[in-house]
Design a protein around this ligand. Sequence first.
Ligand code: CP
Length: 319
Amino acid sequence: YSHLKGKHFITLREWTNAEIEMVLDVASDLKRRFYMGEPTPLLQYKTIALMFFEASTRTRNSMEMGMAQLGGHANYLDTSTMQISHGESAKDTGVILSSFGHGIACRYCNWGLGNAYLNEMAKYASRPVINLQCDLYHPMQGVADLMTIREVKKKTDGLKVSIIWAYATSHKKPISVPLTQALLFPRFGMQVTLAHPKGFELPDWVIEEAKENARLYNGSFVVTDDMESAYKDADVVIPKNWGSWSGKIPNVSIEDFKDWKCTESVMALADEKAVYMHALPADRGNEVEDSIIDGSQSIVYQEAENRLHTAKAVMALTL
Ligand code: CP
């Protein structure tokens, strides 16, 4: 796997299943060593630039603390304080930051801009570019979710996983988490249901690619606007964001989707051992009842913690 050194980590589509398995293996090993208090100086004296166009709790800290735990240094950059704010190009930024260190990581979620910006930097950077979430992809969340599902369910083949949110391209809001999960989970044999109200469709190409991934890897992928059918007998449910985002979409109110909230009554439709996941931050009260997110079925803190171990694995393998 030495070929992973220098490989960009932007969509997960460019990473084979075997390569993603390697990320999970390294993450599990680093997690064990973290718990044992063993030093893991895999990136001693190495540096990475962390560019953030938007706020973050999990992503920023998993990268900064993770890099320190690997013996290196992560340089946090608020892009509003960089020359980007005066129009400096992605090319110049990518060439220069990659010449100073060993990698560049960037979060840029603006619709229509983020993924293009990352690709432009990757085209010119001499070091790997890691996507910390853009408008289309959140690969770091995707691998942490996969690791968490594996840890809890001990398998992925045949698991019924329901992703219960999405944003239509026309709303011009980031669709990175459901898009990443929709493409990734069928590649690991999961039976994936994507549920959302009418009008919140993911782009057609995503649905087509998710179905093709399901065909190739013995999974399945269906889309429905019937929320209850998505909960029914599910092993894993991932409902998110109807509250917080709906208030920010013109002519859409939280009231319109209050029935899409994750409640005790809909969770009761799922398998009795079903788990509740959420990338966080959660809009408590609007999108999920406290009794669910704080309850025994919730694995959100394990999922969030795994952002640290997977971030370290991605950096260790690519830098
Ligand atoms: N899930 C996630 O990416 O969290 P942050 O926005 O806090 O980084």
